[in-house]
Design a protein around this ligand. Structure first.
Ligand code: NAD
Ligand code: MG
Length: 393
């Protein structure tokens, strides 16, 4: 039986890999809708290639171009935030949520509220509004399948023990482009160097998050919500080969790990599985050829974003929402060349401490989270010029 799928963030890195998985299983999937941010020609191309029923572009100004590019295909289209929400709510068996950043929260939540099964790549949704998001999923009986490779690996590792008697869950980090750089060299690095990820090919925001290790911090918060584990039972291990993605340590000392070659098509296929797994014609993991796997502890001195995220998770309440918002603004400024690498962590730390006195409780609804997110963004934006000033020669 064919299943219908909507792809949010279809023109991005995860969107492209998802399209490849779907095209390899043409008779198993039907594409209901595709959603993109600003690039109308790319979205139209994707909609045609996948034979979607509907295409929605977030940027209103691209609506005309999208309509023209789809003329004669029978594919309906829309543009602007309401068209994106319409696409997310349309009748589909699965919604693959791969919009980048907090922009993904409202559409992903709309799909959840409509009762769609969610294949979740957009980790920022859970970081910003985890408790409210998971409560809504439970209330509606909606299943959330993690696409993030570490969480996907934990998902199958946990299945080995039926999820009981878990002592600790560990996610791995490749370490990013600066793993072996000195603090001084990292401090002077620009966005171009920070974007040169040694293992994964990804979107621009997650690339910078991987360089700061904020990505791993966001993933700890994501794991906390997905698997209901407290911060002290979650850990990060640096593993440059990116073969082992997640490990579960059981109460008797045994460990179950999830391994795969670093290709997002593997966790995407797993998140889209039905009764059994999809068959994927990808290179197989050859451990003898790889020979050696190495592991090290993360260095929170050189990568302070990781400890900031851990602190936010420990603090709880709205702190992860604030951390996530501040990080997004700081990363944007860094990519635009306005601030330096370590300004990102300094700014995030300052914004978190500005809010810490208020002891704000965790957003009870996704709307509350979005409100808190806006407030934290505003505060962060006001801080940026003082840092930008300092970078001027
Ligand atoms: P990307 O930048 O390559 O793609 C983002 C997609 O979202 C694009 O289609 C873009 O057009 C769309 N988009 C951006 N703003 C939008 C908006 N306001 N409304 C609607 N659509 C919008 O990013 P990516 O690397 O594919 O990552 C997507 C998500 O998946 C992120 O949350 C990221 O953390 C997560 N993720 C990515 C990877 C990876 O390997 N790339 C791995 C794990 C998790
Ligand atoms: Mg990941």
């Amino acid at each position: 039986m064919t299943r219908s799928l909507t792809i949010l963030g279809a023109t991005g890195s995860i969107g492209r890999s998802t399209a490849d998985v779907v095209l390899a299983h043409r008779d198993e999937f039907r594409i209901e809708a595709v959603v993109g941010g600003r690039d109308a020609p790319a979205l139209a191309k994707m909609a045609r290639e996948l034979g979607a029923n509907f295409a929605a572009l977030a940027d209103e100004r691209g609506g005309e171009a999208l309509r023209e590019a789809l003329a004669g295909t029978g594919i309906a289209s829309g543009a602007g935030p309401s068209a994106v929400l319409d696409a997310a709510e349309r009748d589909a068996d699965i919604v693959l949520a791969a919009i980048s950043g907090t922009a993904g929260l409202a559409p992903t939540h709309a799909a959840l509220k409509a009762g769609r099964r969610i294949a979740l790549a957009n980790k920022e949704s859970l970081v910003s509004a985890g408790a409210a998001f998971m409560a809504d999923a439970r209330q509606r009986g909606v299943e959330i399948m993690p696409v993030d490779s570490e969480h996907n690996a934990l998902d199958h590792a946990l299945a080995a023990g039926l999820g009981r008697d878990v002592e600790k869950a560990v996610i791995t980090a490749s370490g990013g482009p600066f793993r072996s750089w000195t603090r001084e060299a990292i401090a002077a690095a620009g966005a171009k160097e920070a974007s040169a990820h040694p293992v994964w090919s990804m979107g621009s925001k997650i690339n910078i998050d991987s360089a700061t290790l904020m990505n791993k911090g966001l993933e700890l918060i994501e794991a906390h919500h997905l698997f209901d584990l407290p911060e002290e039972r979650l850990d990060v291990l640096v593993h440059p080969e990116a073969i082992v993605h997640g490990l579960v340590q059981w109460s008797d000392g045994a460990v179950t790990a999830g391994l795969a070659l670093p290709d997002m098509k593997v966790p995407i296929a797993n998140a889209l599985r039905n009764q059994g797994r999809l068959t994927m014609d990808l290179p197989r993991l050859d451990l003898a050829a790889i020979g050696r796997l190495s592991f090290e502890r993360p260095d929170e001195e050189r990568f302070p974003c990781l400890s900031l995220a851990k602190a936010a998770l420990r603090a709880g309440g709205a702190m992860p929402t604030i951390l996530n918002a501040a990080n997004e603004i700081a990363v944007e400024s860094y990519m635009a060349g306005h601030i330096r690498f370590y300004d990102i962590s300094e700014i995030v730390e300052r914004v978190c401490s500005m809010f810490s006195g208020r002891r704000i409780s965790a957003p009870a609804t996704v709307a509350d989270a979005l409100g808190m997110d806006q407030e934290a963004r505003q505060v962060t934006r006001q801080l940026i010029p003082t840092y930008a000033e300092a970078t001027r020669p």
